[in-house]
Design a protein around this ligand. Structure first.
Ligand code: HH2
Length: 276
């Protein structure tokens, strides 16, 4: 039986303060070595970020963000055939990364920077629109929803339409419900429980549940011990029709999502898989 292959996006953080210590890299060399190891472990796409978005994280000046991510993207574009995304809220960082070989912009704060969609359009890049409200300082207070799934879906579709008006091709747009971004643990659980409603919006869906605090709220475990919960969440996402999972632990995620995809295919005949 040939199972569809969901995409595993490997996380590469060039930061001193990302919430999971195992993903922090202080130098470009260390980040590149980690990225190449993730590629070997079965990643289909690598996501390079230079600013932590965890609640309470310090904003990183644009110059510093560029200094962190550009050498890593440049080196990976030469050394590795996988698609690369830049995880950023800034159009100028996106633009510089696309000019150095990234093919995807992971818009972690959605389209808050008004130039971001136009930059993607100009480069023919794919665009991941992540759902977020507020910023690292305010997002916990912004986690107030009447119907979190409907509101997140509506806000994502509005941004996807804005991106298309700016010239991004519809088939290049991905939606991400933004697990942990202005979400309480119960909101993250609701979004995964009803992820099919986000999938039904008609765009490919990427989800990033890996090791985040909502898993700690459910299990009492620290980030270092949340791999089993992360794999359970990734499995649920694939069963609901997610096309890509952004994960810290690529080898483990690879196995979980491939098994989940085979089960989903046997149930639905849905052979969806893809590349960014
Ligand atoms: N989560 C994080 C960062 N970027 N991008 C998308 N599209 N979806 C996500 O869920 C997502 C994201 C946070 O994870 P991490 O990069 O490990 O942590 P930090 O922001 O502390 O560096």
């Amino acid at each position: 039986m040939s199972a569809p292959r969901p995409i595993v996006v490997g996380i590469v953080n060039v930061t001193p303060d990302s919430f999971f210590a195992g993903s922090r890299h202080a130098s470009a060399e260390a980040a590149v070595a980690h990225a190449l190891a993730l590629a070997k472990a079965g990643a289909d796409w690598l996501d390079v970020g230079g600013e932590s978005t965890r609640p309470g994280a310090e904003a990183v000046p644009e110059r510093e963000e560029l200094k962190r991510v550009l050498p890593v993207i440049e080196a990976l574009a030469k050394e590795c055939a996988l698609p690369l995304s830049v995880d950023t809220r800034r159009a100028r960082v996106a633009e510089a990364a696309l000019a150095r070989g990234a093919r995807v912009v992971n818009a972690v704060a959605g389209l808050r920077d008004p130039e971001l969609a136009a930059v993607c359009a100009a480069h023919g890049a794919s665009l991941v629109i992540n759902h977020m409200r507020g910023d690292s300082a305010t997002m916990l207070a912004e986690a107030r929803y009447t119907d979190v799934v409907r509101e997140v879906g509506d806000e994502l579709v509005a941004q996807a339409e804005e991106a298309q008006r700016a010239g991004v091709a519809r088939e290049r747009i991905w939606l991400d419900p933004g697990i942990g971004f202005a979400k309480r643990a119960a909101d993250s659980v609701a979004l995964l429980a009803r992820l099919e409603e986000i999938v039904a919006l008609g765009y490919p869906v990427l989800v990033g549940p890996s090791r985040k605090s909502w898993l700690g709220a459910l299990t009492g475990e620290p980030a270092e011990a949340r791999l089993p919960g992360s794999l359970a969440a990734a499995t649920a996402c694939v069963l609901a029709g997610a096309r890509a999972l952004r994960m810290h632990d690529v080898a483990e995620a690879r196995q979980a999502v491939d098994v989940a995809a085979a089960i989903r295919a046997a149930k639905t005949g849905d052979p969806r898989a893809g590349t960014p």
